[in-house]
Design a protein around this ligand. Structure first.
Ligand code: ATP
Ligand code: MG
Length: 181
């Protein structure tokens, strides 16, 4: 069992201050008034897992994920999100009991990714989580309206969901790579 222990958000959307949220092994509910940033937390999770489509992050341009300032606070220069998974049972085949994934993006637009604080490519993160059900294409983040999507989507899209559940996505990724080379 791999579980998300913590998310740390800094400079992402409405989170100007460094904010850290601990998740319980059971259920963590986040409540707050409209516009207080609940959905921004789900966006942060998608973003750190590699979401490249700003539409899926409810923005117009990638810069929109960086805190844009308020009356009292200046805009920030970069956004950074880190998530920490418990890996004590080595569910992810890495010799670490904790795995952190970070993404940082400056206004110039370039994103940096890190696994346990070491710089890596987005591809490395995708590979790490392929077929775990975690990832931006996984069924681990289910947004508003997503259930309806799954029920009504094209058979090809639905097939992808089953392929990830069945654990064959990583082989497809490798195959795509091999064909490209
Ligand atoms: P609801 O209950 O209506 O779904 P919510 O708690 O999910 O609300 P969010 O959608 O997470 O709210 O947050 C929206 C808020 O985030 C808005 O006030 C918006 O101004 C703010 N916001 C979004 N992007 C940025 C940004 N780049 N900089 C500063 N604030 C931002
Ligand atoms: Mg919301």
């Amino acid at each position: 069992n791999l579980y998300l222990k913590k998310i740390e958000i800094q400079g992402f959307k409405s989170f100007a201050e460094r904010t850290s949220i601990n998740f319980d092994q059971k259920i963590t509910a986040i409540v707050g008034p409209n516009g207080s940033g609940k959905s921004n937390i789900a966006d942060a999770l998608r973003w750190v897992l590699g979401e490249q489509s700003i539409r899926n992050l409810r923005g117009n341009k990638m810069e929109d994920v960086i805190f844009s300032g308020t009356e009292k606070k200046k805009p920030l220069g970069f956004a950074e999100v880190t998530i920490i998974f418990d890996n004590t049972d080595n569910f992810i085949p890495l010799e670490y009991s904790e795995i952190s994934i970070s993404r940082r993006m400056y206004r110039s637009g370039e994103s940096e990714f890190f696994i346990n604080k070491s710089p890596c490519r987005l591809k490395d993160i995708k590979e790490l989580f392929a077929d775990t059900g975690i990832g931006k294409e996984g069924y681990s983040i289910i947004g508003q309206g997503k259930i309806e999507d799954i029920i009504s989507s094209h058979p090809e899209n639905r097939r992808l969901i089953f392929e990830e559940a069945a654990g064959i996505v990583k082989y497809k990724l490798n195959k795509q790579d091999a064909i490209r080379k």
